[in-house]
Design a protein around this ligand. Structure first.
Ligand SMILES: C[S@@+](CC[C@H](N)C(=O)[O-])C[C@H]1O[C@@H](n2cnc3c(N)ncnc32)[C@H](O)[C@@H]1O
Length: 367
C-alpha cells in the first residue's frame, strides 16, 4: 500500500539520536548567549588582550581576580565559547591557551583602531532581562488580537516601547545600554562600506544622511571624499549632543515631514526600525529632497538584506536580527521583494543592489 502523505515515517535510530541532540542544541542555545554575557561581564576578552593576546587558564584566573576554586568551571565556560566560535584556542598544546579571534577582538575595551567598535553594549542590551522576558512572552503576544497600531512583544509586556524617549521611564540603565549598543552596532564596518563601495560617493556634490545620528558616518565619508557637502538630519536631542565638525551641517528635524535637499539622501540602518507604511512615508520625503535620476539624484539605503544566498550561517544571523526587531520593535529586516514593493509604493522608478557586504546590502534607489 502506498504510504499516506500524512503518515509520519518513524525515524531511524541514528535520526532519533541526532534529533535529540538537535533538540538539546536548540533548547539550550540561550546558555551560549549567557556564557557570552558572562565573558563580557568578567572582561575576559580584554584580559586576554592585556596578556599579549594569549592566555592559559591560570593566567586568566589571576588576571580576572577569580577564586582559584573557579578554575575548572572557567575551563568549561571557555570550552563552550571556543566551540561556539567566540574565542580561539591552541589545540594540541601542552598547556591549553585561549586566543582572541575577530569576534572576541570586538569585545576588547580600549583598542585604538579605526575599524574597532567596542560591542560590549550590543551584547549586554540584547541579552538583558527586558529583551529575554519579551522573547519569553512571544506565544502570549501571538494569541492576543490587539488593535492597530500593534505593539511589539517588548512594548506589550513592559508597557513602553524600546528606543524611544520614554524607554528611560521603564529602566534608565537599560535605556543607556541599548543606546550605546545601537551606536556600536551602527558604527561597525563604516570603513568597510566606504572602502568597498566608494563608487556610491564618487562624483557626488552633496549628501544628506537622514537619521545620521551623531555624524560618525558622514565624518568617515568626508575623510575619503572631502569635496562632498554633507548634512546630517536627526532629532533635536541627537543633534544637540553631536560633536561639531567644520564640514558637516547638522539639521534638527523630522524625516517624516521634511529632509534637507541634496543630490543623494542616505538612510543607513534607519528603515529596519520602521514598518512598511512608515518606510513609504520617509522615502516619499527622500524623493522630494533629491533631483531627477538624470541629474544624479538617488537614495542610498544600507540595511541587512535578507538572502539565503549569503550562506546558512549569515542567513541565520540575518533571520535572528529580524526576530530581534519583531520581538522588540515595530521594525523588520527585509528581502529584495520587500524592498521593491516599498520603492514602488513610494513612487521610485528603479533601484539597484550595488553590493552585498556581509549581512548588509547597499541599494541605490532612483526617482
Ligand atoms: C538606528 S539609528 C541609525 C543612525 C545612523 N544612520 C548610523 O547608521 O549610525 C536611527 C537614527 O534615526 C533617528 N531618527 C529616528 N526617527 C527620526 C525622525 N522622525 N526624524 C529624524 N531622525 C530620526 C534616530 O534619532 C537615530 O539617530
Amino acid at each position: 500500500m502506498a504510504a499516506d502523505s500524512r503518515t509520519i515515517v518513524a525515524p531511524t535510530d541514528a535520526e532519533l539520536l541526532q534529533a535529540q541532540a538537535d533538540l538539546w542544541r536548540h533548547s539550550l542555545y540561550y546558555l551560549t548567549s549567557m556564557a557570552l554575557k558572562c565573558a563580557v561581564e568578567l572582561h575576559i576578552p580584554t584580559a586576554i588582550h592585556n596578556l599579549g593576546g594569549a592566555a592559559s587558564l591560570p593566567d586568566l584566573v589571576t588576571a580576572l581576580s577569580l577564586p582559584q576554586t573557579k578554575l575548572p568551571f572557567l575551563r568549561r565556560l571557555m570550552r563552550l565559547l571556543v566551540t561556539s566560535g567566540i574565542f580561539a584556542s591552541e589545540s594540541g598544546a601542552e598547556v591549553e591557551t585561549y586566543r582572541l579571534n575577530p569576534l572576541s577582538w570586538l569585545l576588547v575595551e580600549g583598542v585604538e583602531s579605526e575599524d574597532h567598535t567596542y560591542q560590549k553594549y550590543f551584547v549586554l542590551g540584547t541579552i538583558s532581562r527586558h529583551y529575554v522576558e519579551a522573547g519569553l512572552s512571544l506565544a502570549d503576544w501571538f494569541r492576543k488580537d490587539l488593535p492597530a497600531p500593534l505593539p511589539s512583544p517588548f512594548e506589550g509586556l513592559h508597557g513602553l516601547p524600546l528606543f524611544h524617549e520614554t524607554t528611560k521611564l521603564l529602566d534608565e540603565e537599560l535605556d543607556r545600554i541599548v543606546n550605546k549598543g545601537k551606536a556600536a552596532h551602527d558604527h561597525l564596518a563604516i570603513g568597510t562600506v566606504i572602502r568597498e563601495c566608494g563608487d556610491l560617493f564618487k562624483g557626488l556634490q552633496s549628501l544628506t544622511d537622514c537619521g545620521g545620528g551623531d555624524g560618525t558616518t558622514v565624518r568617515g565619508i568626508i575623510k575619503a571624499f572631502p569635496h562632498i557637502k554633507c548634512t546630517v538630519l536627526d532629532r533635536p536631542e541627537v543633534i544637540e549632543a553631536a560633536p561639531a565638525h567644520d564640514s558637516v551641517t547638522y539639521v534638527s528635524g523630522d524625516m517624516f515631514h521634511s529632509i534637507p535637499p541634496a543630490q543623494a539622501v542616505m538612510l543607513k540602518l534607519v528603515l529596519h526600525f520602521c514598518n512598511d507604511e512608515d518606510c513609504v512615508k520617509i522615502l516619499e520625503q527622500c524623493r522630494k529632497a533629491i533631483p531627477s535620476k538624470q541629474e544624479g539624484g538617488k537614495v542610498i539605503i544600507i540595511e541587512i538584506l535578507l538572502s539565503p544566498s549569503t550562506g546558512p550561517i549569515m542567513y541565520e544571523a540575518q533571520l535572528l536580527m529580524d526576530m530581534l526587531m519583531m520581538v522588540n520593535t515595530k521594525g523588520k529586516q527585509r528581502d529584495e521583494n520587500d524592498w521593491r514593493d516599498i520603492f514602488i509604493k513610494a513612487g521610485f522608478s528603479d533601484y539597484k543592489i550595488v553590493k552585498k557586504i556581509g549581512a548588509r546590502g547597499i541599494i541605490e534607489v532612483y526617482p
